[in-house]
Design a protein around this ligand. Sequence first.
Ligand code: FE2
Ligand code: FE2
Length: 163
Amino acid sequence: MEEKIFTLLNEQINKEFQSAYIYLDFYNFFEEKSLDGFSKWYKDQANEEMGHAWRFINYLHDKDQQINLAPIEHNSQKYSSVKEILEKGLKHEQYISDCIRTIYAQANDVKDFETMNFLNYFLSEQIEEEVNARNLIAKYNFVGESGVLGMNGLLQTSTDHEG
Ligand SMILES: [Fe+2]
Ligand SMILES: [Fe+2]
């Protein structure tokens, strides 16, 4: 595997765990407020991100590469509203979509067809991640901060697909 492709894939492991940390931070915010529908949702998201990390890990092993783990950059943050969390979630997913596109473009440049094929899953997955995040914002914009309890009820019965 080309060095620059390896580097990007290896970095993506870290970014997926960082995504899990961000969702874990959201989970903690909602757990502390006993909004268990939201916390369930973000627990599912955190677990899904770890599933994404595993996909990159397994792929690099399959390609006989030596994985190099780096520290995960994320500190717990204070959030002032549910809206802030929802918007941060969408922004982060858009950032991850960009990361995936960058790796895809580089893999394309060096004709690394296996990596392009591997990344196809993530191209589709990121569309769904952004849709989920946007749908939450749309619901929030409809009901406002005082409708958060109703949204929480909806999320209690939500099911997300596997990661
Ligand atoms: Fe992810
Ligand atoms: Fe994600």
